[in-house]
Ligand binder design. Structure first.
Ligand code: SF4
Length: 491
């Protein structure tokens, strides 16, 4: 048996873009660096897959032991099926230079039922394409397939006590959807083999397809010719409009003709870029500031979203707050005081979090957040789950003001904000001495996966380091707000 030319993963890449398929096969080293966030997503997929195996206990794992042992794994799967092994995990099949590894196979005397596990909460078109390819490989390698299902996460499941796997997972047959796709799979496989046998990289330019269904793993590689301050940096402009400009040879911001119609925010961004004159609407800023009442509490939360609920009264992917930072200023002139809370990664952090937060924010004065929807939504969820705190939580919600507003409405806008009103752009633009760049944890998504990793970490030094980094990151979020408000007030 010759080695495989295509796999499930490369097939899906090929469906996205033939150049992606080619680069993945022959120029793997050019692939963009995999971020910690992406690694966490892969790990989550593996963990969910392992958990779903418990729906079909007592199976044998036939997964290849290394990237060089696919042939052995294919032979092992064949042997297990012949020996009437009922449940097989990670079963390998091969047909016409295509390798397919099925997550769970139920074998009834050679007739197979296939289950593919996904850590998402719905079935996407890509999952169907993936399933259709698997069906094509397995059925053509001589097996009768009774059914083909996708197992995915039921986002309405609420944990209470032990995990109920039958409730956590949904199992849906997709056989009727993938059978009509078999000719399409055959055509694609033929085409992809042709592409892979060529000596040159397919000549495909960047386009909307680079973003769909996933951001391509060669995104940076294919964009080396795009300069800074390009049409792709315009905020509020639809992707297809950006590519329309690009395809018309308009790449740099300064190349955009005056008669091109842009949404308000993108137009404003372009004006500031071209004129090099900042926008500072002092009247609107003064009006915003006059609505703030001292003392003020600058407040920020961090949350994590376990795919499999870890605590009672929580659902899959629910945002669980585990940390806050609060800076308190009694008056405009006073020096800010800092308070924070970071839960132990041991059990449900929500009750300790809310008790602590309510204590710190007791009393009068506005509570300032940056993008209040996030904090308000988390507070409402806690109030719903733990109604004994509802009255106090409603008081805190009624006092929340949003410091993002003057930047979102472009009362204050400079070219350095690059069209964004995220605090990650606004802060260095207005307070160049303060930046997230030097922090080990420098964005919320990373804070989330770092906290979740603490549940499994045993090395005390690593735990201490991560906790320090989390505290530093969240503290900067609220200190940044202190400085931004001071900057607005100084105007
Ligand atoms: S970045 Fe776009 S053009 Fe380049 S390989 Fe990926 S999908 Fe294809």
């Amino acid at each position: 048996m010759s080695s495989h030319l295509l796999s499930k993963s490369s097939f899906i890449r090929g469906v996205q873009c033939e150049k992606h398929l080619y680069l993945y096969k022959y120029h793997y080293n050019e692939m963009d660096k995999v971020s910690e966030m992406q690694e966490a997503v892969f790990k989550r997929g593996t963990d969910v897959g392992k958990l779903a195996q418990q729906l079909f206990p007592d199976g044998i794992d036939a997964s290849p032991k290394s990237a060089f042992e696919y042939s052995k794994a294919i032979a092992e799967t064949k042997e297990l099926i012949q020996k009437k092994q009922k449940i097989i995990y990670e079963a390998s099949f091969f047909f016409s230079e295509v390798l397919s590894i099925a997550d769970i196979v139920v074998n009834e005397s050679g007739t197979l039922e296939i289950f593919e596990v996904k850590s998402s909460v719905s079935i996407s078109e890509t999952y169907l394409q993936d399933a259709a390819l698997q069906y094509w490989v397995i059925s053509n390698s001589g097996y009768k397939i009774k059914d083909f299902s996708i197992i995915y996460i039921n986002n309405q499941y609420v944990r209470n006590g032990n995990l109920e796997l039958d409730e956590l997972f949904k199992i849906e047959s997709v056989l009727n959807l993938i059978l009509p796709m078999q000719d399409w799979v055959q055509e694609k496989v033929n085409r992809f083999k042709e592409v892979l046998r060529k000596k040159t990289i397919p000549s495909i330019d960047i386009g909307e397809h680079c973003h769909n269904p996933y951001i391509c793993s060669f995104f940076q590689y294919c964009r080396k010719h795009i300069p800074d301050n390009s049409v792709f940096d315009l905020s509020g402009l639809h992707l297809d409009k950006k590519y329309d400009l690009y395809r018309n040879g308009i790449i740099k911001l300064e190349d955009i003709p005056d008669d091109v119609k842009l949404p308000k925010s993108a137009g404003l961004q372009l004006d500031v870029y071209k004129s090099k004159r900042n926008i500072i609407d002092k009247i609107a800023i003064k009006d915003f500031l006059s609505g703030l009442n001292y003392p003020v509490y600058f407040m920020d939360f961090e949350t994590f979203q376990p795919a499999v609920p870890m605590f009672d009264n929580s659902k899959p992917y629910m945002q669980i707050p585990f940390q806050y930072s609060v800076h308190y200023k009694k008056s405009k002139e006073s020096i800010p005081e800092h308070f924070d809370f970071l839960a132990e990664a041991a059990n449900d952090p929500r009750v300790k979090f809310i008790i602590n937060l309510l204590k710190i924010t007791k009393g009068k004065g506005d509570i300032i957040t940056y993008n209040k929807t996030f904090e308000i939504s988390r507070l409402k969820e806690i109030a719903e789950t733990f109604p004994e705190y509802n009255d106090e939580i409603q008081d805190r919600i009624s006092r929340i003001k949003d410091l993002m507003l003057p930047f979102q409405k472009k009362y204050y806008y400079t070219n350095d904000m690059k069209g964004s009103y995220s605090i990650k752009y606004v802060l260095p633009a207005l307070i160049p001495d303060l930046s997230y760049e030097n922090l080990t944890i420098n964005e919320g998504g990373l804070a989330s996966i770092k906290f979740e990793s603490l549940f499994y970490e045993t090395d005390l030094i690593r735990i201490a380091c991560t906790r320090t980094n989390l505290l530093e990151y969240c503290k900067l979020d609220t200190f940044a707000m202190v400085k931004l408000l001071e900057k607005l007030e100084s105007l």
